[in-house]
Structure formats: structure tokens, C-alpha cells
Design a protein around this ligand. Structure first.
Ligand SMILES: [Zn+2]
Length: 321
């Protein structure tokens, strides 16, 4: 039985979906937004999740949504880190009217994904069940710049450029219910007390603190009523608080890493300080899907994206060893 939750009228969380050993993020859950005429899949997910996702939406068994897949007009990843989008090829096959709405900087990498696949392999490693993607034809891609409004019939999705986590990140705001889909812009999963607090995702090599914070400010201005996050199955009903915490955490870790680099601390020492910070804030990742194991992501060193960002900003600093 595929878990399907109607979070608010016409917005469904589908999953968490298994990756069938063909991926690395079996805790993630895509979203389906249904308008009077058209529908959109937000965060299409990994290749191994596509069959289950399609069955949940189109299947007629009890508990499935029994929807005509011709109504799917858009697949909207928040960004092209592959666990968010690798399943798009399979979904496009079965949803003939769907187009992928992706940030304009991400679009060329979906049409010609060699570099995207290579860099994903490099970061994730082959043994992790690293997702890979096939080329997506140009006529099935809509390159977005932010500000686009997609009409589903009776409800609209607004695309908001939110770079920082990646230079091609966008968020989606459903205007009727004021639901905000933040992708990785405000943290990749809920971990904190009350589950309204997210752990910042500052690993990607092109992470940028100032741009990320700027994006968080833009999101706060929307005055959303809820935030839904693709990873870890969570929701926040206090978006302003969540987004403010997110900024505080990013700034706190920036300070820790910057001071560590100035004092020439080792990677391990900086990582330990970050772990202490996460622990002091209750931000320990609960790996329920992995048998209850808990871990903190910075265990062996500082998050690469933050170090790389600070090195770009202060070229005289040395990389921690
Ligand atoms: Zn990401």
C-alpha cells in the first residue's frame, strides 16, 4: 500500500517511496497538486520511485487516486540534484502532456546530462545507489527564471527563484492554500524539536550563504501557511519560524567554519563543533527509515559547500586538513 496523504485540499503527499535499491533516498515523498483541469507533480524523485508514484496517482486500486495521467501538465523539481528529478524520464513516458519546469540554469543539464551524472557520481559514490538521468528532450522542458505562474485551473503555482543551496534552485508557492514547497532551500528535512525546525543542507559545492539567506527572506515575505519538504516526510505549520531558524542555523555554522579555518583547526575538529551545535539545538537526524539509526551529517568534517563558499569569499584562508 502506497502511503498517500491529502495534506490540504487537492495537495497530496505521496510516499515516502521506496527506491527499489536503485537509489539512495527512500525516505522522500513527492507531491501532487491537483487543479480543476490540470495537475502537477512536485519533486518527481528517483527512477526507482517512478513506478510507485505513477501507480499511486493513476491506479484504480483502493486508496489510489485513479487520475487520468493525461492531466499531468507539469513535473516541477525544486532543483536538479538527481534524487529530486532522476525519475522524470519514466514519468514523461507515461504522462504525455507533461513538461518539466526547471530553473533556466538547470535546463541545459537535463538536455545534456553527462556532467550532471558525472558530478553526482563523484559526490555520492557508485556504491550508494547513485541516481542517474537520461537526456530530456528540449520540447519537454520549460526553462523558468522565477516569477512564472502556472495555472492548473482554479489554482495557481508560482515559481520563485531561490538560489543558495544550488545556483539553479527554485521554490513553488501554491497561492490558494498558501502552501510553500521549499525543496532544499530551507533545509532538506525536519529534525528539530516539534519537527518545525530543519537541518540546513549546506553540502553542495556551489552553496552560497548570502544568496541562501536572501532567498529565505524572499520566502518569508510570502507569508505561507505551511511548508512542505520533499525529504523526511515533514511539514511546518509555522513557516515564519522555520525560515527564521533556518537563517540562524546557516549563519551559526558559517561562524563555526570561518573561525575554525582562521584558527587552522582540522576538518575533524570543525566537524565536531558543528555536531555540538546541532546537538545543542536538538537537530539530530532521525534515520527512522534506516532502522532507527541516528547520525549527524558533519561527523567526519565540515560540510564541503560551506568550506568552499568561505574559500571563495576569503581566498587567503587555507582549506582545513
Ligand atoms: Zn539538493
Amino acid at each position: 500500500m502506497i502511503p498517500i496523504t491529502e495534506v490540504v485540499k487537492g495537495i497530496f503527499k505521496i510516499g515516502p517511496l521506496d527506491t527499489k535499491n536503485n537509489g539512495a533516498t527512500p525516505w522522500t515523498a513527492p507531491f501532487l497538486v491537483v487543479g480543476d483541469e490540470r495537475a502537477a507533480i512536485l519533486e518527481p524523485g528517483e527512477t526507482g520511485q517512478a513506478a510507485e508514484l505513477l501507480r499511486a496517482i493513476g491506479g484504480s486500486e483502493e486508496g489510489h487516486l485513479n487520475m487520468d495521467l493525461n492531466r499531468i501538465a507539469y513535473l516541477i523539481p525544486t532543483h536538479i540534484h538527481l534524487h529530486h528529478i532522476a525519475g522524470a524520464n519514466r514519468l514523461l513516458e507515461k504522462c504525455p502532456n507533461a513538461k518539466v519546469v526547471v530553473h533556466q540554469r538547470g535546463a541545459p543539464h537535463l538536455m545534456e546530462p553527462t556532467r550532471l551524472n558525472e558530478s553526482t557520481l563523484q559526490v555520492w559514490g557508485a556504491e550508494s545507489g547513485c541516481p542517474q538521468i537520461d537526456p530530456i528532450p528540449e520540447d519537454r522542458i520549460i526553462a523558468a527564471a522565477g516569477g512564472e505562474v502556472l495555472d492548473l485551473g482554479g489554482r495557481e503555482l508560482e515559481i520563485i527563484e531561490t538560489i543558495g543551496h544550488a545556483p539553479h534552485h527554485q521554490c513553488i508557492f501554491e497561492r490558494r492554500t498558501k502552501t510553500l514547497f521549499t525543496g532544499d532551500a530551507a533545509g532538506a528535512f525536519f529534525a528539530g524539536p516539534g519537527k518545525e525546525r530543519t537541518r540546513p543542507d549546506i553540502l553542495p559545492p556551489l552553496f552560497d550563504v548570502d544568496k541562501a539567506v536572501d532567498s529565505l527572506h524572499r520566502l518569508r515575505a510570502l507569508k505561507a501557511e505551511r511548508i512542505l519538504v520533499f525529504g523526511y516526510n515533514g511539514a511546518s505549520y509555522s513557516p515564519d519560524k522555520t525560515l527564521q531558524w533556518s537563517e540562524e542555523d546557516v549563519r551559526a555554522i558559517e561562524d563555526i567554519v570561518l573561525n575554525g579555518m582562521k584558527q587552522k583547526l582540522s576538518s575533524r575538529e570543525i566537524g565536531q563543533q558543528i555536531n555540538e551545535y546541532y546537538r545543542s539545538q536538538g537537530l539530530v537526524r532521525q534515520e527512522a527509515a534506516y532502522g532507527g539509526r541516528t547520525e549527524t551529517m558533519a561527523a567526519s568534517g565540515p560540510p564541503f559547500g560551506m568550506v568552499a563558499y568561505l574559500k571563495r569569499k576569503y581566498p587567503d584562508l587555507e582549506m582545513p586538513q
